[in-house]
Unconditional design. Structure first.
Lengths: 356, 356
């Protein structure tokens, strides 16, 4: 019931968000947009090339869909502190465009093949275009701040810039850790270290979204902090659930092979749990498989078997639930009862219950 | 004389700038720095991995040197409007770290082999680390704004953020155009379009630097604008000179092969001029060579021969001089006479006269 309700909600706001994204970054780069965002040309703009080299690849990814979870979270957070969700809707492209930028960059870095059932951007448009466009997406939505078309208060803009700056460093550090661990460079990773990496890699943009909504809704300090923490936690829980689904979910039907994380050698919370709780033989074998970056389904299944045998999938699911429960306990008392608050809770539950 | 004077000046401030960069981003990532820049960990930091995966590759590039032209420009601009160069020195790591980030990204995108006489970052540390660290360098120096250790005024911080946001979009768009053109996707590029691409690709960070200095020196609006334009122009002139040196300079002795731009198929101002002024046979041959991305020195030399025959190298040098001369004409009247003003002029002359 909850799942269906939230999915309905997300479906409803998705086209609204997409319309706002298009206002921020048009599908076709025009002289008008360039003069608005970047001032008049000193010499002459080549808007056709910018359309081909930036707008088309970026929109090709944006048009693949995705749940627009982060804008939805920003809107809910804004409403839950008594702000106007319409304003959050207009500013939320910041988090969604950045999020999609990280997908392009991560895929290029990991030499991934598919994203949302289609070839990754670097395979469609070349690595050079992908790297550049992914990074461009970190900056393009900042027009919402420096052009300030929706008349945000100076204080709000300054808070959003500060938030942006810190979160972007966090994202970079999270990815730096993830890359290094994938390579098998660290033999013992603690669960605490793993969760911190998740905070940075996946928790950052949900934290950013929730805090963005809080700032736009003029939240008090306590609310902003608790919403940030809640956003971060559901991001981490989302990541854990993502990792679970990667091994046992239905995603593979949508174009992503099952066990991709095993192939990439990812040290997920399930891997760490299995290593800690299995016998030495199983543990060594699991590490051996991860470090060999296997492509054979039988070998990948063997790794998944070791993980399952040790109850690590159940453990991960439980962990995600506990994290969200605890964050909610801290957030709930600082928010007045409202529909938005109720939906926020359902939203969190949805992220850890979802099947795809 | 001027060359020697400025080179002396740059050499003197280089170690000072490097010290400031190290304050912003330490060579070894510590818990202390992490808690300062990113707040306390929710779980547990893995500072050793972050050092290996981010600090070491980033410092490996920073330690290769480079002229630190952009911080020098920021300091001169600040002083020229009556500000304190000591403050500009402390904030200038923003432009230098970002500049080095663009080098890592550009090299990864172009599959370049060497940078400052050594293997490119993506070849030393892997593409994943390079892409991620290059982007990280766009954000790391923002700690200078959101932590505000040097007590900048709110108004200054807000102006620097706005400046940053716009310039970073410009850099991305400049690179987007450059990539597309390299591929030979556009048959006719006008000189005006080429110069605009240079404004974005090379002029942006010098513009950023000059404007940063102006903001830190509390420049008036006219000064800030004129300094921005001057910074941009010397960036463009610097790029033209760079392109000239790439074909006829001494750089190859330092590890970069001569005519690398021919190999990359770059449409430089010299190429455009040669295409416009040569007969059809030469023009077609030049395009053929550029589109073939040649590696044979004889073929590269043939292209350089066509360019030389048409006086295109002299033309480019003249163009660079005229651009700088005109920008100086607009800047000079809004600055009081001072040593900094004099050095600023010498600095511009140096950039277009330099031999390496």
């Amino acid at each position: 019931m909850i799942l269906a309700g939230i999915e309905e909600y997300l479906k409803k706001i998705q086209p609204l968000i997409d319309r706002e994204i298009e206002k921020v970054f048009p599908r076709k780069i025009t002289k008008k947009w360039l003069e608005y965002a970047l001032d008049k040309a000193d010499f002459a703009y080549d808007e056709e090339t910018m359309t081909k080299s930036a707008a088309e690849p970026i929109w090709e990814l944006l048009d693949r869909g995705g749940k627009r979870l982060r804008p939805a979270l920003a809107m809910l957070a804004c409403e839950a502190v008594g702000g106007k969700k319409e304003l959050a809707l207009k500013i939320a492209p910041i988090v969604e465009i950045i999020h999609n930028g990280t997908l392009i960059e991560d895929d290029a870095e990991d030499c991934s093949e598919t994203r949302r059932g289609k070839k990754c951007t670097h395979l469609l448009y070349g690595l050079d275009v992908a790297i550049n466009d992914g990074a461009a997406m970190y900056f393009i939505p900042l027009t919402l701040l420096y052009k300030n078309p929706y008349k945000l208060k100076k204080k709000q803009i300054s808070k959003i810039y500060d938030l942006y700056a810190q979160e972007m460093i966090r994202v970079s550090m999270g990815q730096a850790i993830d890359i290094w661990w994938h390579r098998g460079n660290k033999t013992e990773i603690s669960e605490e270290e793993y969760l911190q990496m998740c905070v940075y890699k996946t928790g950052v943009l949900t934290r950013f979204s929730a805090k963005l909504g809080a700032i736009l809704g003029n939240a008090n300090e306590k609310q902003e902090k608790a919403l940030g923490k809640f956003g971060e936690t559901i991001g981490v829980a989302f990541q854990i659930q993502d990792d679970v689904l990667n091994l046992v979910g239905e995603e593979f039907q949508k174009g992503k092979g099952i066990g991709e994380d095993i192939h990439e050698g990812k040290r997920t919370i399930m891997v760490l749990h299995a290593l800690k709780n299995s016998g030495q033989a199983d543990g060594n074998r699991l590490i051996e498989i991860l470090n060999s970056h296997p492509t054979e389904q039988a070998v990948i299944n063997e790794a998944i078997g070791i993980i399952k045998k040790n109850g690590s999938i159940e453990y991960a699911k439980e962990k995600a639930k506990t994290l969200v429960k605890n964050a909610w306990k801290k957030l709930s008392p600082v928010l007045k009862e409202s529909n938005a608050k109720k939906t926020l809770k359902e939203f969190a539950d949805y992220l850890i219950e979802r099947k795809i």
